[in-house]
Design a protein around this ligand. Structure first.
Ligand code: ZN
Length: 303
């Protein structure tokens, strides 16, 4: 244990009191290691924790500024679509509280591996009128087979792609949600082979972004370094049009808090523009991704 030096000073000949202090310190460290989050392996580095705290304060400050100003207008300005990728995670309940207070319904593209121990969050999403859909089981790039760390899986082919999508459906339905009918490929990385497999499983493509149809996709950029809730709100409002598919995240912890805090100013603007929100995503949400030959490798997009 690396704490020996800290606890005992690294010298022989301790007094009984020093030994007691040493054992107590070991016990404390052991307890700290034992009481890890139920998901395991997802604890954030210290810098991110600081960021989270600032953002939690941001959300709290906003909430304490009075009752939420929910969505309430005649919808004459059109309908937009909120989507959240990569959850569920620790702040998803806070996000759900905010969505409920603002009378917003959203689509959650769920990462199956994160559902274990959070099945009740999936059930809550369904119970509160949100849509729960497929974002693959482990968030591998479905085209290249690379994982979150950029390490390639081999072999990688049809059966592996199928596994990621089927496992995600299985975890989602086991938690109590209806069988997904839509999928969003991690990083927006997709090709015809991936889409053919997904289509066979009854999943239609919902892209997070598009280089071909900027009017449809409205990327909040909430996972980018240095963003604040104000920046997220500004990003969304700049690209907000009738039918917009707004891309946000409830997987990465700071991003979730920034996006949660950004919802009120977005809703304020939607009320001014008479816009409503719906989980009925546009019939064609592919963003013309297959119209560019050879498209579908990894990209710089974090989704
Ligand atoms: Zn993702």
């Amino acid at each position: 244990m690396s704490s020996h030096k800290v606890a005992g000073g690294g010298r022989a000949g301790f007094s009984p009191w020093a030994w007691l202090a040493f054992l107590a310190a070991c016990g404390f460290v052991a307890a700290a290691l034992t009481v890890s989050p139920p998901t395991g392996g997802t604890s954030a580095p210290a810098a991110v924790v600081v960021d989270q705290q600032a953002s939690t304060d941001e959300v709290a400050a906003q909430s304490s500024g009075g009752a939420a100003r929910p969505l309430a207008n005649d919808c004459s300005g059109g309908t937009v679509h909120f989507t959240f990728d990569d959850g569920p995670n620790v702040h998803t309940p806070l996000l759900l509280d905010r969505l409920a207070a603002l009378h917003l319904k959203a689509t959650f593209f769920v990462m199956g591996e994160r559902v274990a121990g959070r099945e009740q969050i999936i059930r809550r999403e369904v119970a509160e009128g949100h849509s729960v859909q497929n974002h693959s089981y482990r968030h591998f790039n479905l085209v290249t087979g690379t994982d979150l760390a950029g390490v390639g899986r081999t072999p990688w082919g049809a059966s592996q792609i199928e596994f990621e999508l089927i496992m995600d459906n299985r975890v989602i339905t086991a938690a109590g949600a209806p069988t997904p009918t839509q999928y969003r490929p991690p990083y927006g990385s997709v090709n015809l082979e991936v889409d053919k497999i997904a289509t066979k499983l009854g999943l239609r493509l919902i892209m997070p972004w598009s280089d071909h149809d900027d009017m449809l996709f409205d990327d909040s950029h909430d996972t980018e370094a240095g963003v604040t809730a104000d920046v997220v709100a500004r990003n969304v409002l700049e690209g907000l049009h009738p039918n917009s598919i707004i891309t946000m995240h409830d997987g990465e912890q700071a991003a979730t808090l920034h996006s949660t805090a950004a919802l009120q100013p977005i809703v304020d603007a939607m009320n001014e523009r008479h816009m409503c929100a719906s989980t009925e995503l546009p019939a064609d949400s592919t963003g013309g991704v297959f119209s560019a030959p050879g498209r579908g490798g990894s990209s710089g997009h974090p989704e």
